[in-house]
Structure formats: C-alpha cells, structure tokens
Ligand binder design. Structure first.
Ligand code: G1P
Ligand code: ZN
Length: 543
C-alpha cells in the first residue's frame, strides 16, 4: 500500500457555514473537491498523525464513496484509528456521543442535515472536535485558510474497507473499527430517562407517531421506542434511511412533515407526534391538535426538567440562540438560573456546556439538546417530552397551555424567503442595517424601539466576540423583529425573518400564532420591504 501525494489547485469556496461545508452533491463529486476539504481539516488541526477519529453520517447519496476516500486519506495522513458506524451511518448526536465516549481527537460527519439529499440534492462534511461539538469558529477559520493554501493532498492507494462488517480491520498502519451505530447511543438514552415510566405510559394506551422522514433517526427511534421502551410496532414510520430520503425534504417542520401534521391534527389523532431531520439532530413536537413551537418546547423542557432522572438535581443554566423566542428567559428567571443568548448555530453552546454554564440549550430551528452530548439531539428531545408526559399524566395541550398561563406566551414565527437572488437579499439586509441608528430613537406604529442593532456575542467563558450575528429591532413590550441571512443554504441567499410578540395573559393565550403576529408581520414588511424588493408574494416556509 503506497501513499500517493496528489498536486492540486486549491478551491476558493470551502468556507464552512453555520454547520460545516455544504454544497450540491454534484459539487462534492467534482474531482479532488472532497479530498481538498478533508486535507484542509487535517492540516488545520495540526495533522492526523497518531490520532483517532469517528466517522459516519446520515447515509445520503455520496456518503459510501466519501467515507472510503476519507478513510484512505486518514490512513495516508498517519491516523492511528478511525471508528466508523456500520455502513458509514451515524446520527449527528450519536457521532458526538461516540467522540466523547471513546475520547477521540474528533470526528467527521457526512451530512447536510435537513437539506434534501440525492444526486440533485446536497451533501456536507462537518468536523467535530474532541469535545464532541462542532468545530468552533477559530477552527473553521483555520480549515478555510488551509483549504486556500492547499498544494496537495495525501491518499492511500488501496481498495475499499468493508464497512458492512462489524469489528476491526487494518488499512496500512491504521485500524478501522466498524461499530454498531445505534447501541452506544441507545444505552446513553436509557441512562438519562426513566424508560420504565415511559413504557407504562404506552401500556396505558398512549399512542404516538414518530416520523423519521426516511432519514437516519429511523434505526435509532425503532431501537429505543419500539424495542427498548415497548411502543407498538409501527409507531416509527419512514424508518429506513434512504440515500435521497425518498425524495422528501428531511426537515421536521409543519411544511415538510405535512403527513404527520395532518394525522396529528385529526380529532382521533395520536396523543403525541414527533419528527426528526436528515442527520437526527432536529425535532418537531406535536400533541393531538397542537403544534409546539421549538421556542416553547425548550421553555417547557426547562420548566419540567427535574421530572427527568438525568436532570433531577436541577439545571446549571440554559441557553438559546438570539432569534429563538424569549420564552426560555422567563423560565430561567423563575428558576433563578443563568440564561445565555448566543448566535445561531450549535457551536456557540458547546463552550457553555463544557464550562457547565448551561445544561439545556435550544434553537427556534427545531434544535434542542443538553449536556449529554455536544450537538442538538432530536430523539433526546422526544424522550424528554415522553418522560415529562409520563410523569405529569397530562396531554401535550394541557402542559403547553398550563405553561402559558404561568409564564405568558411568546407568539413566535419564522418566515423564510429561500433562494433569493444574492444581490436582492443583500439590498434588504443593507437597507435595514443603514436604518438601524435612526430606528433606535423612534417609535414605530405606536411601539417604542428600545434596541436596534447588529447582534454581537461576547462569549462569557473566553471573552471572544463574534459580531454581525443578525439585525434585531426590539420593542418596549418585548416584541422583536430579527433579520439574518442563512448560513446553510446552497442556492442563492435565504433570508430569515423572525417575529415575536409577548402576551402576558390570562387572556389571549390560545390564538393562532400567525394571526396574533399579523401586526408585527405587516410592520416588518413596512420596514424591510422584502416582498417589494424580491417580487415575492410571501415567504416560502413558515414555521
Ligand atoms: C440553520 C438554523 C440554525 C441551525 C443550523 C444548523 O442555520 O437557522 O439555527 O443551527 O441551520 O442546523 P441557518 O441556515 O439559519 O444559518
Ligand atoms: Zn440536522
């Protein structure tokens, strides 16, 4: 087996976004493209020599080929061992857990998360560090710099590893250990939650539907919910991960999980519904006839966390991304714990989790998690809800409405304008940015603006400052309008408009969110003119 050094012209577009490098599958299939990015990762972390990595992903198209390339490159770069999920499969939270459990030097995750897959879809590569969390900004910056300076990459000339066979095999001096992708993760869940209480809930006739969206959570949810907890067979649907997710958009939201939505909104629907995304880190929570917004979900979980064995001793703190509603803040205030407001993206939570400044974290984008791993975790959130439902013996609707009565309700919605012309998106953002200083000193539509700025985050652990994280207009009554550009899209530019309004109660707590926010939506269009400037009649996705 010989190491081949391949001379290359570097690519100039390998800057990792909110969550790793995401491109069209076709772009990743171009000669040397994947190889250059992988070499940039190894170069950026001081080489792979003697190191151990975890490797796996959501099984989307190009994953099997990519895994073989990465193994050959790891071997050529001197890695000691790579622990691979059987079939190159690992959900993102399971990969994070494996990195931590085995004390590896990091891991490479093959996924573009909730983006569609297949030959016409997206592919992605993400590096996680030894903490199990996504590489922080300084590391992704180094990867980008290394990708631009690249002159060659190293790859072993050898045949494919057998990733179907559990156990250890050699590739040159490197060991490849193929492991069951589900077992360790399922054990972890069993340690965190009261499976017996959840089991009893199912035995009492509780009905659930889990939509795995033809993606990676299928095997995990089947093992945990059906085999270990004893939920009836068929509780998990679309349970087999497919390379193109069966043509579905593996994003668990009311738009893309519409069949599940319809089933849950029916009068005789199941008691509890949930869905997860391509790589298993997102979740959507539903009750019969009720949708739980992710911002409410993290607030409810925080308020009820001590009912769950793993969090019975209380929470060290909580954290949410800036655009996530402030529902969590009021729970934190009631519990008298810290509530951190971070930029979008899970990497900012890792530092807080490592320093034990936060125990639970959440994002409005269907991301919820805790200190058990360093990624958000879809199935974990579902089990949190199940454990709480089992303890409280109330329906999802009763828990949610009780929460609003106690804390007030943050009506919340995100409007996405997808694949806009990049220049148009920039005009919208630049237009608002220019006006921020004048907005900060006026009342708009009878509402006082108390803050109008471009969010900058100061990490409380290391003091580092991350500027430019989203434009926000905050009103005196707590209402907010936030605008930011997506960092995960692969086509044109996507604008995300986040809208929030607080109703303290006791009246007006159970209105339809879009209706309750209509005034704020109109105000946002007056200020931003997204529709006028883009020629669109409305958002593509509303969550
Ligand atoms: C989106 C979400 C963000 C999430 C990220 C990865 O990023 O908005 O909250 O962390 O996906 O799942 P965006 O496209 O907005 O940059
Ligand atoms: Zn994901």
């Amino acid at each position: 087996m010989t190491v081949q050094t391949v001379a290359v012209e570097p690519f100039d577009d390998q800057k990792p976004g909110t969550s790793g490098l995401r491109k069209k599958t076709r772009a990743f299939r171009r000669p040397h493209y994947l190889e250059c990015f992988v070499q940039a990762i190894f170069d950026a972390i001081g080489g792979a020599s003697g190191k151990t990595f975890v490797l796996g992903g959501d099984g989307r198209a190009f994953s099997p080929e990519a895994a073989q390339v990465i193994l050959r490159m790891a071997a050529a770069n001197g890695a000691a061992r790579v622990i691979v999920g059987q079939g190159a499969l690992l959900s993102t939270p399971a990969a994070s857990h494996l990195i931590r459990k085995r004390g590896t030097d990091g891991g490479i995750i093959l996924s573009a998360s909730h983006n569609p897959g297949g030959e016409d879809g997206d592919f992605g590569v993400k590096f996680n560090t030894a903490t199990g969390g996504p590489a922080p900004e300084p590391v992704t910056e180094r990867i980008y710099a290394a990708s631009r300076d690249l002159t060659d990459y190293r790859i072993m000339q050898t045949g494919d590893a057998d990733l179907a066979r559990l156990g250890t095999q050699a590739m040159g001096d490197m060991l490849i250990e193929v492991v069951d992708p589900v077992a360790d993760y399922a054990d972890l869940m069993e340690n965190l939650f009261d499976f017996r209480a959840i089991s009893a809930l199912f035995q009492s006739g509780f009905r659930m539907r889990f939509d795995a969206m033809n993606a990676i959570t299928g095997p995990y949810a089947t093992e945990v919910l059906e085999r270990r907890i004893g939920a009836p067979a068929g509780t998990v649907i679309r349970a087999v991960p497919l390379p193109d997710f069966g043509g579905a958009h593996p994003d668990p939201n009311p738009t893309w999980a519409d069949t599940l939505m319809a089933e849950m909104m029916a009068p005789d629907g199941p008691d509890f519904g949930a869905a997860s995304d391509g790589d298993g880190d997102r979740n959507m929570i539903l009750g019969r006839g009720v949708y739980v917004s992710p911002s409410d979900s993290i607030a409810v979980l925080a308020a009820n966390a001590t009912l769950v064995p793993a969090y019975a001793a209380g929470l060290a703190g909580v954290a949410r991304s800036m655009p996530t509603s402030a529902a969590l803040d009021r729970v934190a205030a009631a519990l008298d714990i810290e509530c951190h407001e971070t930029p979008t993206g899970w990497k900012f939570f890792s530092q807080l989790l490592d320093a034990n400044r936060a125990t639970l974290c959440g994002e409005e984008s269907f991301g919820t998690g805790s200190n058990h791993v360093r990624e958000k975790d879809g199935l974990w959130a579902v089990l949190m809800w199940l454990n709480i439902l089992a303890e409280r013996k109330e329906s999802v609707r009763e828990i949610l409405e009780g929460h609003w009565r106690r804390f007030g309700r943050n009506y919340y919605s995100r409007h996405d304008y997808e694949a806009l012309d990049a220049a148009v998106a920039e005009r919208v953002v630049a237009g608002l940015r220019e006006r921020l200083p004048t907005l900060a000193v006026q009342a708009i539509d009878g509402r006082t603006v108390v803050l109008a700025d471009d969010f900058a985050y100061t990490d409380p652990v290391d003091g580092s400052v991350t500027p430019g994280q989203g434009l926000r207009i905050v009103f005196g009554d707590g209402a907010r309008i936030i605008l930011r550009k997506s960092g995960t899209g692969t086509e044109g530019a996507t604008l995300r408009l986040y809208l929030e309004r607080i109703v303290a109660g006791p009246d007006g707590l159970t209105e339809d969110a879009q209706e309750a926010l209509a005034g704020i939506v109109a105000l946002a269009e007056d200020l931003l003119r997204i529709k006028a400037l883009s020629g669109r009649t409305g958002p593509d996705v509303i969550t």
